[in-house]
Design a protein around this ligand. Sequence first.
Ligand code: HEM
Length: 146
Amino acid sequence: MLDLALAIAHHLLVFGLFGILFAELILVRPGMDRQAVARVGAIDLWYGLLAGLIIVVGFSRAIFAAKGWFYYSHNAFFWAKLGTFALIGLLSVPPTIDYIRWRRANTAPSHAQVRAAQRFLWIEVLLFPLLLVFAAAMARGYGEIG
Ligand code: HEM
């Protein structure tokens, strides 16, 4: 039952995070006004919250749910997935700093500033499918180490 509850929570959170990332990609565009800056800043708080919950629920699954920590800690796809997740997390830092700066400056961001943030968001979106590939592989026992 715990396994099922955690699996459901994990999927809901993961879909939520992707939705938020995509919403940011749509909002952050040349010509965005101060209102859009405020909106993307608010959405970005949810990004942080969901990412934190995914870590908590994900590790709970890995440690307490069906297969146990030994299974995952000896799986290369598990570590590849965690590494990719960490990389996406790092890539999300510059846009977050941008949103805070834009909000403080109280002016609409320049074309170049928007383009720079968009680049980070695009890389995050493009890396996301790798998480699904690694997740499916690790769940099926591919990539066993030792
Ligand atoms: C946005 C990031 C993440 C995405 C997109 C993601 C995606 C997925 C998906 C789609 C599955 C189901 C795989 C399947 O049954 O075929 C899964 C399972 C799982 N994920 Fe994640 N995940 C993410 C983050 C994490 C994190 C940070 C952890 C931390 C340890 C984690 C641990 C697990 C575990 C333990 C399973 C169960 C695999 C199994 O059934 O054996 N996930 N994940």
